[in-house]
Every structure is written in C-alpha cells, then in structure tokens.
Design a protein around this ligand. Structure first.
Ligand SMILES: Nc1nc2c(c(=O)[nH]1)N[C@H]1C(S)=C(S)[C@@H](COP(=O)(O)O)O[C@H]1N2
Ligand SMILES: [Mo]
Length: 263
C-alpha cells in the first residue's frame, strides 16, 4: 500500500478562516488544490500557525501559498515513492552557515552539554542502552547534500553527515515493521516520521554540517536529516528515539500539521 505523504494529509482546518482572504487567493488555492496538496477544506489556520503569519495579512498568506505550491512542484515526484532518491547537489552550492529556524528565536537556543547528553531509546527496540555523543560520533558516516525546504517559504542546500538511520535502527534491533519513529528533543520539540521515511537511503542522524560538527543552533550534537520531508519533520537536539505502532504526533503535527502514514 502506498504511504500517505504530508502533501496528502498534513493540512486540516484548525480555526475559522477569513473568507475574504480565501476569495482573494482563490486562484492560487485552486491551483494547489488541483494538485492534491490541500485536502478537503483549505486550512490557512494551519499555515498561519506554522509560519507565524496572520491570516488577515494578505501578502503573508499569498507568499506562504506560493511557497507550498512551488515546493509541491519540486518534490512531489519523489515524495510519492518512498524509495526514489531526492535530488543532490554539489559542495559549491552549500550554504554556510546554514539558515536557522525553530519555533523561537536563535537567541533563545539553549546549547546542549555534550558531556551529559545521552540518546535514549524506547519502544520497539531490542537494545535500549543509551548512546553517548562519542559513541554516535564513532559510527560510520554518510554524507548528504540536499535541499531543506521550510513551509515558511525559504530553502537552502545543506551538506550533512552522520550515521544512516536505517543502519542505526538495525544495529539497536528496532522493529523495522513498526509504523512510526518518534524523536524527542532537548527543547520541548518533537516530531515523528513514518517507517518508510526512516528507512529511506537518504535519511541520516546528522552530527556534522559541511564536514564540521553541527553548531549549537543547528542541533548539536544530533539531529534528524531527512531528504524527503519538509524542514519541520527534522527535529534538532535529539535526546530520544522511540519506535512505535501508536501514532505519536509531534510539536507541529499536534498543531494542525497533522499527517499519518503507513496505512
Ligand atoms: N528541536 C527542534 N527541532 C526543530 C525545530 C524546533 O523548533 N525545535 N524547528 C523545525 C523547523 S520548522 C525547521 S524549518 C528546521 C530548521 O532547521 P535549520 O535551523 O537547521 O535550518 O528545524 C526543525 N527542527
Ligand atoms: Mo520549518
């Protein structure tokens, strides 16, 4: 059975929408709708919560809709096939430093203390012993030069490396037939992905950016780097991984960007 992707199911209504804003943007919305990005009712409420833009601010609404539309054009093809590879780029195209985003400002980032940091494992995993940062750094690395796309309407090409997630899950005896992989973070963020995405050859636990350890704002010591999901599906400062058959939600998933996958 094909997996359901964020483009099919991530948007659901969460608040009443100002009808005049919808009317003004009808053409863009129809265009996006035709391509099955927005399912059922158009949810500007969900968009506004992710982007912080006010749905009564016409320009902001329009730029978010455009961004979603363009994102769809660029990546829909490989999103629908979990094994198809995402486009990769050259080192010359890599943005240095990367571009920061979180649900709060960069000045509020609380750096992780690497000495006491641990990666906890829970759920359908045979070997639940926690991992130290050094143990993670010692694992074989895979490098990805891929585009990160935030639904806010910006993107950049980044060069990430770290252990391949599938290999890591195999190593700790995770149930690879389970439905979800949930990541919890040192801030109160969390996010979950479907198992097909977790096992995708271009999904890694990144420890480096442009061949150097990831710096604090970008998720030191460990963050998820998928190649087939929007920015918000890539938790930073990961502190635990859970493998589960129970839909675990996540920070944005629980705030309107709700998608289920696997069934
Ligand atoms: N722990 C944590 N991870 C997070 C976020 C966050 O607020 N907290 N924001 C997400 C969003 S919306 C985006 S676009 C990317 C931004 O990653 P970057 O700062 O490396 O570009 O991180 C994602 N991961
Ligand atoms: Mo984002």
């Amino acid at each position: 059975m094909p997996i359901r992707t964020p483009s099919q199911s991530m948007f659901r209504p969460v608040q009443p929408i100002d009808q005049s804003v919808l009317d003004e943007n009808r053409k863009l919305i129809d265009e996006i709708d035709r391509r099955k990005i927005l399912r059922g009712a158009v949810s500007l409420g969900a968009l506004s919560m992710l982007t912080g833009c006010n749905v009564t601010d016409r320009n902001a609404v329009q730029s978010v809709l455009r961004a979603v539309s363009e994102w769809n054009d660029g990546v829909q093809a490989f999103l629908f096939n979990p094994n198809k590879l995402a486009p990769t780029y050259t080192e010359a195209q890599v943005l240095r430093p990367p571009r920061f985003n979180a649900y709060y400002g960069i000045e509020e980032v609380k750096p992780v203390d690497v000495a006491s940091w641990k990666l906890e494992l829970s759920g359908r995993i045979a070997d639940k012993r926690p991992w130290s940062a050094q143990q993670m750094f010692d694992l074989p690395e895979q490098e990805l030069i891929v585009r990160q796309i935030c639904v806010e309407g910006w993107d950049y090409i980044g060069q990430w490396s770290g252990p391949n997630l599938k290999q890591f899950l195999e190593r700790v005896g995770a149930d690879l037939n389970a439905k979800y992989v949930m990541f919890r973070c040192a801030d109160d963020y969390s996010g979950s992905i479907d198992m097909a995405t977790a096992l995708h050859p271009q999904t890694i636990l990144a420890t480096k950016y442009a061949k150097e350890p990831i710096t604090d704002p970008f998720g030191f010591p460990l963050r998820l780097r998928t190649s087939t999901k929007l920015g918000f599906k890539n938790p930073k400062w990961i502190t635990s991984i859970e493998v589960t058959n129970t839909y675990p939600g996540g920070y944005w998933e629980d705030r309107g960007f709700n998608w289920h996958s696997g069934l």
